[in-house]
Design a protein around this ligand. Structure first.
Ligand SMILES: *[C@@H]1O[C@H](CO)[C@@H](O)[C@H](O)[C@H]1NC(C)=O
Ligand SMILES: *[C@@H]1O[C@H](CO)[C@@H](O)[C@H](O)[C@H]1NC(C)=O
Ligand SMILES: *[C@@H]1O[C@H](CO)[C@@H](O)[C@H](O)[C@H]1NC(C)=O
Length: 255
């Protein structure tokens, strides 16, 4: 009869560091607030320009790197957490504004230029996951899962078997066992498992339903009596007016 919750928290630690390379064709997914290492190139052979493509013009912020040192860097202006070490651009604490498309321009000692683009996407790591189970009056068990972070992709298992995806799912009233909600995005993953016992038998709900109906009927009855009372009064007024009118008519007929 009772719905018992057994709580079990399974946490998988989110990576605190992401390695990406200007070489890669896939986007670089990086976690908000965490460290990003952007592998560039051997800085002893090239002078580098890191450009953030915003308007595709000369106003786009740029950072020049010579001999592994950042120079003229309006791209990461006044951000001491950004550095270049051994050809790796390190952002020690990624912010939302770091999302975007970057172009790395290499210039060799003959002045020849080549370039590579990389898309950086910042995602907020998943916070703690909450699962709640509600039994509806129709006997359906509804499981909902929530967390913070973005974007959030929800998936469920019941005793290890996959269920539907989505943050809210409906289950059979007889569902018994361990339900896990897993939430993930490109940079992190969290999971929570709760143990559920089938929903209470419908008797309780029928009783609750009966009480609700009685209450509603009571309200309707009261409203009906009230309406009759007020409309009765209106009818009386109408009759008085009608008879006065008739009297008036009779008088004029006599004249
Ligand atoms: C990133 O690269 C460094 C240096 O190659 C390595 O030590 C580290 O384990 C890498 N981190 C991840 C999360 O792959
Ligand atoms: C990645 O960089 C390495 C060395 O910088 C180069 O040899 C390789 O061809 C590059 N790969 C791609 C896919 O550009
Ligand atoms: C649910 O989890 C508990 C605790 O880990 C375990 O003892 C139990 O056997 C599990 N139930 C099912 C149906 O897998």
């Amino acid at each position: 009869m009772k719905l018992i919750f057994g709580l079990m928290l399974l946490k998988t630690a989110a990576c605190l560091e992401v390695n990406c390379s200007f070489n890669q064709s896939d986007p670089c997914y990086t976690a908000l607030g965490h460290k990003l290492n952007l592998l560039m190139v051997d800085t002893s052979r090239y002078d580098l320009k890191i450009l953030k493509i915003i308007n595709f013009n000369s106003d786009d912020p740029v950072c020049r790197v010579k001999n592994d040192m950042m120079k003229e860097c309006d791209l990461f202006n006044k951000r001491p957490e950004v550095s270049v070490i051994n050809g790796i651009l390190i952002i020690n604490g990624v912010i939302r504004a770091d999302s975007g498309t970057y172009r790395l321009i290499l210039e060799d000692s003959y002045g020849r230029e080549t370039s590579r683009d990389l898309q950086v996407i910042v995602e907020a790591p998943i916070g703690s996951v909450e699962v709640s189970i509600i039994c509806s009056s129709s006997g359906v068990m509804r499981a909902s899962c929530s967390s913070d972070g973005d974007p959030l992709l929800f998936s469920w298992t019941l005793n290890g078997d996959p269920l539907m995806d989505g943050n809210i799912i409906d289950l059979d009233e007889g569902t018994d066992g361990n339900i896990s909600c897993s939430v993930k995005n490109h940079v992190s993953h969290q999971q929570k498992t709760v143990s559920v016992k089938h929903c209470p038998e419908s008797v309780v709900f029928v009783l609750v339903w009966c009480f609700q109906m009685m209450f509603l009927l009571g309200l309707l009855g009261g409203f009906h009596i009230y309406m009759r009372h007020t409309s009765g009064k209106k009818q009386e007024d109408q009759q008085v007016r009608m008879s006065r009118f008739r009297e008036g008519h009779e008088h004029t007929a006599e004249d």
